[in-house]
Design a protein around this ligand. Sequence first.
Ligand SMILES: C[S@@+](CC[C@H](N)C(=O)[O-])C[C@H]1O[C@@H](n2cnc3c(N)ncnc32)[C@H](O)[C@@H]1O
Length: 200
Amino acid sequence: MKSGDFALKGKWHQEFFKNDNPIVLELGCGKGEYAVGLARRYPEKNFLGVDIKGARMFIGAKQAIDENLNNVGFLRTRIEFIHAFFAENEIDEIWLTFSDPQPNKPKKRLSYKRYIDMYRAFLKPGGIVHLKTDSDLLYESTLEEIAENGYQIIQDTNDLYGTLVHDLDQETREILEIRTHYESLFSAKGYKIKYIKFTI
Ligand SMILES: C[S@@+](CC[C@H](N)C(=O)[O-])C[C@H]1O[C@@H](n2cnc3c(N)ncnc32)[C@H](O)[C@@H]1O
């Protein structure tokens, strides 16, 4: 462990979750609808919501406590520092849920190469990244990043509920139908929801 690394780096299984189950991150989790929703559904996996805004995460954390979910936690940090929190191969999957599209700052998009390279340092080989967004800009720019850097697309749609969701098995459909706070806001305004599942 390097100086500046978080005490649980490399020890989330043993010291936080106290099991060897896979760990899934929701980055920019807000209230943590995916972290909590997936934790309910998959007791044999662990989930961590990550966000800089504590008041939002508090809502998901309280739900988890109220429901006695012991496979979900929350981490308050800037994602720029995420490398200090997780060790090589510690994470199995990442969800990016309605991340800010950062119109004028492409390098700050959570699917930009600089971030993906950070995720690769702790994501297991073949580990999956899910991106769900209302933003055409974030969707298109992520597809460009994928093509430029040779990541592999597993699923991709620019209209999740209009097309892809009907073709999926029930389990996958129910997962993708988990609606986050921002998803509900943007769906109500008529924005199409986009989804990309890819490996890096
Ligand atoms: C548009 S909101 C989406 C929240 C939630 N995933 C949802 O769908 O309702 C983006 C979230 O990402 C968080 N966020 C953005 N940039 C971040 C960063 N660099 N580090 C940590 N959190 C960040 C914000 O605090 C905010 O909660």
